[in-house]
Every structure is written in C-alpha cells, then in structure tokens.
Design a protein around this ligand. Structure first.
Ligand code: NAD
Length: 486
C-alpha cells in the first residue's frame, strides 16, 4: 500500500504511466494478480488491471463503512466543497482521461470521449450545488411535521462498459453529496478510467469515502449480497439487473437499476424529416450504437418512408468507422469481443432471413479491431430479432407505419421502456403520441436532452428508480419524518 500525498489542488495531477491500483481507504492498493484489458481498436494488450479479491472488496466495504460516520455528519456545504475540489482535480487530469477512455472503450477521442469526460466533470461540479432541503408538510395548532432526507450508508456502484466515466461519476456525485460513501466496481472490460478517477479522488476526498475495486463479476455479486451495503446503484443489462435485485433482497437494499432499452423513434407524416435525419443518425449510431438510449427502432410514416430511408442511407454512407484515436474517425469499434460476437450472430440472422439492407450488413472479420459497419435494415418484420432485441451496435431497422394508434401499439410492444422520441411539425399532435409511450423519458423534436435536474430512469424492464434531478438525489437517502408537538 502506498500512502498518498496530502490533499491540495496543486497535487491533484496523477501519473497516468504508473501501474493501475485499487483505491481502498485513501490508499492505492496493488494486487498480486492482474487481468488483461484490451484496446478494442486492435485487440492488443492495453494494460493490466488489478484483480481485486473478495478480501479487497471486504476491506473497501469496511473502509467505506468507517468513513460513513464522519462524512455523513459533515455539513452539506462541506461535502459540496469536497466535490467541487474533486471536479477541479478531474479537470486537471482531463486530457489523459479522455485519451484513456478512447483506448479502453473505443469511442472517438475528438468527439464522444471528450464529451463524456467533460460532461461527467460538469455533472460532479453541478451536482455539488444541489440540495435536498427539509420539507414542512403540515403545521397545525398542535404540531409541525417535517420530512428530512438522511443518507443511507455505504452504496455499492456497479457500472457497464459503454460509458464508464460518465455513468460512474453520475453515481459518485449524488451519492457523496447526500452523505453516503461508496464502493465502485467497474466493468472488467473497461476498468482503467474508473481506477484513475478513483485514484484522483484519493487526492482530494477523505479516506474511505470513495473506493474502487476492479475484478470479475463475482465482486459485483459480493457487493449485492453484502449486509453492510445499504444500496446498489447498478447500470447494466436487464438480465444482470434481475440477478442484482434477487441478491439484494438479503438485507432489503435500496436499488436503482438502469437497465437495457429498445427505444422507438417515431417520425410522423408532417415531420421536417430532412432536418431530423442527422439528429437521429447520431443518436442511433453515436458510440457505435452502444448506448442504452440509442433509438433502436425507427418508425417512419409510410408516406415518407421510402424517401426517408434513401436520405438516411445517403447521410450515413460516408461516416468513417475506425480507431477512435484517429481524428478522421466518426465511429469507433465495438468495445469487446463478447458484444462483437453477439453482433455477428445478429447480422447473420438479418442475412439468413433476407431482410433488405440498403447500407452495410457485412462484418469484415479479418480486421484486427472489433469494427462493425453502419448498417440499416429496411422494414424487417416486427417479429424479427433486429426489432425485438437490443442490438447494442451500429445497426438500425427503419420501419414503416400507417397510423398513430398502430405505431403506438408497436412501439409499446416491448418489455423495455427506457426512452423514446417523437418527431412532427404539429407539436401538440407529437406530444399526444409522446404521452402514450410507456417509457421513462420521451423527447419531442429533440433527443438525448439529459441534465443534472432532469430525472432519468426506465419503465418496465428498463429499470427501477431514477438518476438525476431531485428524485435521483432523493434515491440516495431515506425519508425521515419528524413530528414536533407544539
Ligand atoms: P452487464 O449487465 O453485463 O454488466 C454490468 C456490470 O454488472 C458489470 O460491471 C459486470 O461486471 C457486473 N455484473 C455482472 N454479473 C453480475 C452479478 N451477477 N452481480 C453483480 N454484478 C454483476 O452489462 P454491460 O454489458 O456491461 O452493459 C450493457 C448493458 O447496459 C446494455 O443492456 C445497456 O442497455 C445497459 N445500459 C443501461 C443504461 C441505463 O442508464 N439504463 C446505461 C448504459 C447501459
């Protein structure tokens, strides 16, 4: 274990060439075994990450538990000041984090990686300014009733590989500002940025407040079953979310589950569809489609469907798939071989069934990286796998519909209910459609508007609870009612 230098903004720049280590109780902890992290642009070894053991996880939970007392007793403003220091420290290491994110996740450095890291830092800074004031809910001659929000304890955070920085810090900021402490377990596919932002945290936060333990899925299981964990904040697949929920029952943990999605985008007959195409393209294909809220089914009114598909294909045709470190790259590789293999299978299903593919369709397996071409499938049946499943890759079905009742029924015919969007000139008509979608978020004539004050979460099998907004902050607390006799 290495003791870190005392906190101070001048000492917040870390050494990105140093070996990776777990962050436990304010210290960097090296492990006796490591696991390989590959660069998805060439499948070569990028780095070795520490393989945390159950004992490391136990030590991290114990540290977070010990730190909880003093952290939760700090004044809100004091915690806000720490978070603001953390945002500054992240900012001081921003360029290295952006490059590392591209190397481990694949997304283009000049666009999405920069946006992800800058967006995450902004989130930490802004969340530090939010509060959960005491609410007086009743006053009579006899008494006053107040509702206070109290921290839960130690929160276990489990994150996926598609947005490791953003989704990670999205959990850290509201968790810490509300007075909880945290142990985070990143995806084994993308642990590196998380280990580094954990390391940065040790420079500015008190020991034990934020710990990071990388390793296999079993560490996630250990967190979900652990009696000293008060809440699990999980982002990942619906299948794993169900396991997390079952395992968390042991001590009735609070849960926020941000799970899979199969978002529908509905382009109505009167939409200004030429201007909609770039927005929908980037929403669907940004991060190479590895996005929970990517539109994954695009429904276009039959009166404009043929023209729309043609123009969409034209817009998509010249987008460059390649190594995210190259400034010319628009879309990076698929993050890992497991997901790449799933896409090979899905592409094979599209081919086998003879669906119309006006763009892409063939994955060149001879390439060293996990590169998958932008692929559009024209009007496959609703029962097809490409419509029913969450592909999590750069492939999009564009479906045709005739009337609003029909498209609403088809959009809602999914176990998922994360997001959706409706596009049309008649704003009221578009809003009427939006109201009928069974999803946690619906965007009308815009897409992916997210914000520190905007609650975000899924309906149906897309999740439980929300992140962000007042509601998202409140989910890191218990409601505590006081009644005071006068
Ligand atoms: P995943 O479910 O395979 O893994 C997520 C995390 O869970 C990883 O850290 C993994 O190590 C851990 N884990 C695996 N098994 C576990 C277990 N039994 N107990 C506890 N933890 C366990 O998901 P993924 O493939 O990394 O991410 C892609 C999925 O995440 C997609 O379905 C996507 O839609 C979803 N996602 C949802 C949101 C959202 O906000 N709703 C955001 C991003 C991604």
């Amino acid at each position: 274990m290495t003791n870190l230098a005392p906190s101070g903004l001048d000492q917040t720049r870390i050494d990105f060439t140093a070996p990776y280590a777990l962050s436990i109780d304010g210290k960097l902890v090296r492990t006796s075994t490591t696991f390989d992290v590959l660069n998805p642009a060439n499948n070569q070894l990028l780095a070795q990450a520490p393989a945390g053991t159950p004992e490391h996880m136990e030590a991290a939970i114990d540290a977070a538990k010990r730190a909880f007392r003093s952290w939760s007793e700090l004044r809100w403003e004091a915690r806000a000041a720490y978070l603001s220091d953390y945002a500054n420290a992240l900012d001081a290491n921003k360029e290295e984090l952006i490059a590392l994110l591209t190397l481990e996740q694949g997304k283009p450095r000049h666009s999405m990686a920069t946006e992800e890291v800058e967006g995450a830092i902004f989130w930490v800074r802004e969340t530090a300014k939010r509060q959960l004031p005491v609410e007086q809910v009743e006053e009579t001659d006899a008494h006053v009733v107040e509702v206070h929000r109290t921290p839960l304890g130690v929160v276990g955070a489990i994150t996926p590989w598609n947005f490791p920085v953003f989704l990670g810090l999205w959990k850290v900021a509201p968790c810490l500002i509300t007075g909880n402490t945290m142990v985070m377990k990143p995806s084994p596919y993308t642990p590196l940025c998380t280990l580094r932002f954990g390391e940065i945290a040790q420079r500015v936060l008190p020991p034990g407040v934020f710990n990071v333990v990388s390793g296999g899925n079993e560490l996630g299981q250990q967190l979900t079953a652990h009696p000293d964990i008060a809440k699990i904040s999980f982002t990942g697949s619906t299948a794993t979310g169900k396991l997390v929920m079952a395992s968390s029952a042991t001590n009735l943990k609070r849960l926020t589950l941000e799970l899979g999605g199969n978002d529908a985008a509905i382009v109505l007959a009167d939409a200004d569809w030429q201007s909609v195409i770039p927005k929908l393209f980037w929403a669907a294909f940004g991060n190479s489609g590895q996005w929970c809220i990517a539109p994954k089914r695009l429904y276009v009114h039959s009166s404009i469907h043929a023209e729309f598909v043609k123009a969409f294909v034209e817009f998509a045709r010249d987008k460059k798939v390649g190594d995210g470190m190259s400034p010319e790259t628009d879309l990076g590789p698929i993050q890992n071989r497991m997901q790449y293999a799933k896409l090979l299978d899905l592409f094979a299903d599209v081919g086998k069934n003879g669906y119309k593919v006006p763009l892409g369709g063939m994955i060149d397996e001879s390439l060293a990286g996990n590169f998958v071409p932008v692929t559009i499938v024209d009007n496959p049946p609703d029962s097809s796998r490409i419509v029913r499943e969450e592909p999590f890759g750069p492939i999009l079905p564009i479906l045709s519909f005739d009337d609003v009742d029909e498209v609403v029924a088809r959009a809602n015919d999914s176990p998922f209910g994360l997001g959706g969007s409706v596009w049309g000139k008649d704003r009221n008509a578009a809003i009427a459609v939006a109201k009928r979608l069974e999803t946690g978020t619906v965007w009308v004539n815009e897409i992916h508007a997210l914000g520190v004050d905007i609650p975000f979460g899924g309906h149906k099998e897309s999740g439980i609870g929300v992140e962000s907004g007042r509601e998202g902050l409140a989910e890191f607390t218990n409601s505590k009612t006081y009644t005071f006799a006068k």
